[in-house]
Design a protein around this ligand. Sequence first.
Ligand code: PBG
Length: 354
Amino acid sequence: REPLPHLRVNEKGGIWVPQRARPRRNRKNEGLRSMVRENIVLPANFIYPLFIHTEDYNQPIGAMPGCERHTLDSMLKEVGEAHALGVNSVVLFPKIPDSLKSNTADECYNPDGLIPRAISSIKAKYPNVSVWTDVALDPYSDQGHDGVVSSDNLGDGGKGRILNDETVEQLCRQALCQARAGADVVSPSDMMDGRIGAIRDTLDSHGFTDVSIVSYCAKYASAFYGPFREALDSAPREDSNAPANKKTYQMDPANSREALIEAALDVAEGADMLMVKPGMPFLDIIFRLKQQTSVPIAAYHVSGEYAMMKAAAQNGWLDERTSVLEALLCFKRAGADAILTYYAKQAAQWIQDS
Ligand code: PBG
């Protein structure tokens, strides 16, 4: 065949597209690819979320294959296995029986409650594992809200309001209780205004200046939390006095500039790290916060994202290992330093195997 007339022919008689810069040269073998690779994901970047309850059996979670509500013994085993694979941080989420729930969620600062007991058992057995806690009322709220609900009808849609400052007081009690039990990091996920500063002052004035605060600073009112709410039985109740959604405190997924305000406030109030949540649909938010602040950024690869990948993998529609490791790497590329993911232990195993 004659070469196409507008292409050239080189000295060896081969086709020559006269193109001097050829980016493919840096991809030609693994030696070069690995030399110029900009990001790497390590087990040390992961925070492993664990669900716990007070029953004496493990309860699988329907929409999260591979995750379950653990007994304290099983939780300890899981922490040990993850730690052996290089995962040094865990975050705990409790399933609380209805009988202990109330509007003011006072069980959240019971020093003999499930979370304080879990924290001290992990610190006793694995002192090098850092224990993160969720600071939020929803697992303890009989309305399924992250805040105390007013009994009036002065809020959104003629329903009750989520009372900001009353909630912050409860969050301070909760964070202090977790710090006393030995938590290394408390992470408020409630989105009330002013809670980072109030929690910092509470911890400091009680002698816990070393306990870190990771703020869920850009937390969106997302549909991707569905499986988590099943795991904790914590969805906003239809019979709540407040609306059965979290839109008056969690952010609108349509917005990004609001995240910059939240970040600036939280850093000024003493947050040690900022969290963006959910993860994959919000990589642009991670990127924008990374430009604006110098504190480390964590990304939450949430329950709905886990469920999607598991479902596709179980159907044979996605290769689980490569697609999950790619998703986690993309968090790093977007600017996340740490990644909270239900895949932490499995991904750490995959990274070790490679
Ligand atoms: C609530 C909380 C939620 C998650 C973590 N903390 C759910 C919510 O805001 O309703 C969701 C995490 C996930 O979906 O994996 N304080």
